[in-house]
Ligand binder design. Structure first.
Ligand code: PDD
Length: 298
């Protein structure tokens, strides 16, 4: 493993070589798990409360008991990244339904596993932000809400893995996934936005997507600052005819998209509205870290 990494398994911090769980774990066997990805800066977790809310919501929607409560999880994050000692850390929290007999029955006797992976978060390539990226629209359909609900951040990412594979084979950065009605849902690990006539538009939650924490922060921040923010269904034709397109996620923040399939977006450069939103968001992030530092007494 090239980057500095530590793993916390059920409260015990070990190096990656010693980080193992049973092959009978249901996360491994069936993707029967939930997870969250956040990051820390100078030891301060980013949007921890929102990530805990979503972790609890994901777990409750699939009836998976969480092995630790909110304060315990926050403390595990703070203590593990402290041990890693990097200024910026990636944090992945995975809770599985645990190990037991091989059976699909989720009510069978089993003990859940808590796994926290933290590693140094590298600076992403400048060109993503300065020149923008190319996405393809995937043939793989995002899960139907009555299948594994996309609002659950579960270990079932095979469709997204396949969509990402399609993008990589085409030489693209990533893929945009459509829902079963052929409308835009989201990226494989990000939410998708477009700007048309100075209005920011992202698909509504009922398009079948993960309620991204970055997505919600941007909707709130934009509205508080008088920007026009809409949650509306977007067709592939509409997104290709947008003035600007971008993706959002916790670790990547806001990445401009300048080409979709073989369609150039706008003037093939990151748009001014996208840049403006990113500057505002980075200020929000800094303010958030400051208030979390005092709230969590770090
Ligand atoms: N992914 N949609 C999907 C399917 C995601 O997996 C993610 C996050 C997002 C963006 O959510 P947020 O803004 O809360 O990060 C949207 C994380 C980063 C991951 O799996 O690495």
């Amino acid at each position: 493993m090239s980057t500095k990494t530590l793993v916390n398994i059920n409260g015990k911090v070990v190096t990656p070589e010693l980080a193992t769980v049973s092959v009978f774990d249901r996360g491994f066997l069936y993707g029967d798990s939930v997870y969250e990805v956040t990051m820390t800066k100078n030891g301060i977790p980013f949007m921890m409360e929102a990530h805990l809310d979503r972790l609890e919501s994901s777990a409750s929607k699939i009836g998976l008991p969480l092995p630790f409560n909110r304060d315990e999880i926050t403390n595990q994050v703070i203590n593990t990244v402290k041990e890693l000692g990097s200024t910026k850390c990636y944090v992945r929290i995975v809770c599985t339904r645990g190990e037991g007999e091989i059976t699909l029955d989720p009510t069978a006797d089993q003990v859940g596993n808590f796994i926290l992976i933290t590693k140094e978060l590298p600076e992403y390539p400048r060109h993503w932000y300065e020149k923008g990226v190319w996405m393809v629209i995937s043939d793989v359909v995002r899960n139907h809400q009555r299948s594994t609900d996309p609002s659950v951040k579960s270990g079932n990412y095979l469709n997204n893995v396949l969509a990402m594979g399609e993008a990589k084979r085409a030489g693209a950065f990533d893929a945009i996934m459509l829902n079963h009605q052929g409308m835009v849902s989201e990226g494989t690990t990000s939410n998708i936005w477009m700007v048309k006539d100075e209005t920011f538009i992202t698909p509504p939650l009922d398009a079948g997507l993960l309620g991204g924490i970055t997505r919600q922060s941007l909707l709130d921040m934009g509205k508080n600052n008088g920007l026009k923010m809409l949650e509306e269904n977007i067709s592939p034709e509409q997104i290709k005819a947008a003035d600007e397109v971008f993706l959002t996620s916790t670790t990547k923040e806001i990445v401009p998209i300048v080409k979709i399939d073989d369609q150039i977006i706008g003037n093939a450069q990151p748009g001014v509205n996208t840049r403006k939103l990113h500057v505002m968001y980075q200020e929000l992030m800094e303010n958030h870290y400051k208030s979390e530092k005092s709230r969590l007494n770090i």
